[in-house]
Design a protein around this ligand. Structure first.
Ligand code: ATP
Ligand code: MG
Length: 509
């Protein structure tokens, strides 16, 4: 860790890592300034019927000064605690500014560790430096979660280069037109130019116009892939340049459509005449290279850079930088940032989570018309984000898992404790019959319960029943009401009219 990286110790007496995450929100009213705003008092006095829908909301103290800064779409100009990784990238990519081909780079790190933000930062710097020194170097960023097939990646790249080539051609055509008219008007003589006749200029103009005409944009579907590839190839090679292609979420591309794209891209340099390309792959799946052809793997991983998770102190710095811009002065009580950092550090040091927490806490404070964001808002934000996650996970479960989960919920709602697999299975079977779903074996249902356990939706512990063997005791780890509502919003489970009798029958027997 270098000096820049170490957080100064005197910033706060509370060490975020020791922060008691489970403590109930303390009463912080003493922190809130007792100042009375005279405008508020006056407003209260002559309260009339003109209070509109937004008046109440507007009358509170503003919490945010610039909320955009906390959104995921915002690219920060400063990235504390990523100097080392940014320098590593720059050291490799600087070759591009010298006209050489940089090594390919593979960037790894868990989610929210700043990979995308750092890569975008470096690409901006690289492009602006290349403009400053007038060296032909370009960076293309592709998010492979969105652009996830070879066709789309190549088409997108082809079209970007075609567009750039057209701009270059237009620029040259303008220059030639200006040159031609200054020669015909006698302002310049042909001797100062690299053309020996007006015809030569016209010929050049014709060639460029023909080139421009030939550059046909690639449609987003429909062409054979090799035609798309050659369009891209010709477009990149149209003039001299070094191109860095950033493939973010590269694992998604490989997962969806194999490693053909990477294979083709990594072989291009041996065939290009004027240009060179270098690939930078970014992934949060450390294992994705296992699925790559060994040649692709070794070519892509010429250089590897790892982004380690942030610790709570680093997250605090990151949050503080953003909070200074995002919030009004004095809008945060002093515990807010350490607590957000501590919660996010538990989530494997995810800066995205930390920023989400801070933004959500601010929004909750705003909605509650509080004057400051307090510790309780952070705890509410944590609950809200966690609930949103659960809802999303439950919503996207396969139907069979939903039925199993619904069975567990029904048991729990009827006050059954220490639910075992057999009990779940009995209710599950009845539910399946009710909605005409296939009935899986008890073994498969046990597996589905284990999956729900891994997703953090239920908690299943194996208990020994002495000579009766072992069984699982299952309990719900998520809020019953909300989860049930999500399950019932599924069109198939929504058909279950009144599930209560199934469980009741079990007790009546
Ligand atoms: N060092 C940092 N300083 C300031 N903001 C940061 C830093 N690291 C990450 N962030 C912010 O945290 C959020 C997540 O970062 P980023 O998108 O770069 O993560 P990632 O590593 O690409 O994650 P994923 O693997 O999920 O794509 C972004 O809003 C980013 O701006
Ligand atoms: Mg990313």
């Amino acid at each position: 860790m270098d000096a820049n990286d170490s957080p100064s110790d005197d910033r706060s007496e509370v060490d975020a890592e020791e922060h008691d995450l489970d403590a109930p929100a303390r009463d912080r009213t003493s922190d809130i300034s007792g100042d009375v705003d005279i405008d508020d008092v006056l407003e209260d006095e002559d309260e009339d019927d003109n209070q509109g829908l937004f008046d109440d909301l507007l009358s509170g103290e503003p919490i945010f000064e610039n909320k955009e800064v906390l959104r995921p779409s915002y690219t920060p100009h400063e990235l504390p605690h990523r100097n080392e990784q940014i320098n590593q990238m720059a050291t490799i990519l600087v070759s591009a500014l010298r006209g050489d081909t940089p090594s390919n780079i593979l960037i790894y790190g868990k989610t929210g560790t700043g990979k995308t933000a750092s890569a975008k930062f470096v690409s901006k710097e690289l492009e602006s430096t290349s403009q400053k020194y007038d060296v032909p170097c370009e960076v293309e960023y592709i998010n492979c979660e969105v652009t996830d097939t070879q066709y789309r990646v190549l088409a997108q790249l082809a079209n970007k280069f075609i567009e750039k080539n057209r701009d270059v051609i237009d620029g040259r055509l303008d220059d030639l037109a200006a040159l031609r008219s200054s020669v015909t008007e006698g302002d310049r003589t042909l001797a100062d130019t690299r053309f020996d006749s007006l015809d030569a200029i016209d010929e050049r103009i014709d060639t460029l116009e023909a080139d421009r005409e030939d550059m046909e944009s690639v449609p987003m579907t429909g062409w054979p892939t090799d035609r798309v590839y050659s369009s891209f190839f010709e477009a990149v090679d149209y003039h001299e340049r070094v191109v860095v292609i950033m493939l973010d979420e590269i694992d998604k591309l490989v997962e969806k459509s194999g490693d053909d794209t990477l294979y083709n891209l990594s072989r291009m340099n041996s065939e290009l005449d004027n240009s060179r390309i270098s690939i930078m792959g970014i992934s949060n799946d450390l294992k994705f290279t296992d699925f790559l052809d060994p040649r692709v793997k070794s070519s892509l991983g010429e250089e590897e850079i790892v982004f380690p998770p942030y610790d709570a102190n680093q997250l605090r710095d990151i949050l503080q930088h953003r909070a200074d811009v995002a919030f009004e002065n004095g809008a945060l009580t002093e515990d807010v940032i350490p607590l957000c950092a501590a919660f996010a550090a538990q989530e494997h040091g995810d800066a995205r989570r930390a920023l989400d927490l801070l933004r959500t806490a601010g929004e909750l404070a705003e909605r509650g018309q509080a004057n400051t964001v307090e510790e309780r808002h952070v705890r509410q934000a944590q609950d809200k984000i966690e609930l949103d996650r659960v809802i999303e996970v439950v919503r996207t479960l396969p139907t069979q898992s939903k039925i199993v989960l619904f069975a567990i919920i029904l048991l729990e709602k009827n006050g059954v404790h220490n639910i075992n697999t057999g009990e779940v299975y009995n209710i599950y079977k009845r539910l399946c019959e009710e909605i005409d779903a296939d009935v899986l074996t008890q073994r498969r249902v046990t597996d589905l319960i284990s999956e729900l356990d891994m997703l953090g939706i239920v908690n299943a512990v194996v208990v020994s029943k002495g000579r009766y063997g072992r069984t699982k005791e299952i309990s719900l780890s998520v809020p019953v009401e909300e989860t049930e509502a999500v399950l019932l919003s599924d069109s198939r489970l929504g058909d279950i009219e009144n599930a209560q009798p199934f469980v009741q029958a079990r007790f009546d027997n």
